[in-house]
Design a protein around this ligand. Structure first.
Ligand SMILES: [Zn+2]
Ligand SMILES: [Zn+2]
Length: 92
C-alpha cells in the first residue's frame, strides 16, 4: 500500500507535554488545566510550549544538559520546569 494512503489521524500527545508547565504547574505528561476550574485543556499553555521548544533546541547554561534533555537539579533530579538561564539565552 502506498505510504500516502496510511491513516495519519492517530492522535499524538502534544510535544509540549514533555515539559513541566510554568503557568499552571502541570507535571510532564499531564495536560494543562485552567487554573480557575481545574478543567484540562487540549492545547498546552504558550509558556509551556516555549519551554518545550527550548528544551528541544538549547543547551542549559545552568545544568549543562544537552538539547532534548529536560533540566536537572544539582543532585540529578528532574528540575520542575527549566532554569531561567535557559530561557534568557538567545535561541540557537
Ligand atoms: Zn499549563
Ligand atoms: Zn537547566
Amino acid at each position: 500500500m502506498p505510504d500516502r494512503l496510511r491513516p495519519r489521524l492517530i492522535a499524538r500527545p502534544h510535544p509540549a507535554l514533555t515539559a513541566h508547565c510554568p503557568h499552571c504547574g502541570a507535571a510532564p505528561g499531564k495536560p494543562c488545566r485552567l487554573r480557575t476550574t481545574g478543567t484540562p485543556i487540549p492545547t498546552p499553555h504558550a509558556s509551556r510550549q516555549t519551554d518545550a521548544r527550548l528544551i528541544a533546541t538549547t543547551v542549559c547554561p545552568a545544568c549543562q544538559v544537552e538539547p532534548g534533555i529536560p533540566c536537572r537539579t544539582d543532585n540529578n533530579r528532574p528540575h520542575p520546569g527549566i532554569h531561567h538561564q535557559r530561557r534568557t539565552q538567545p535561541a540557537a
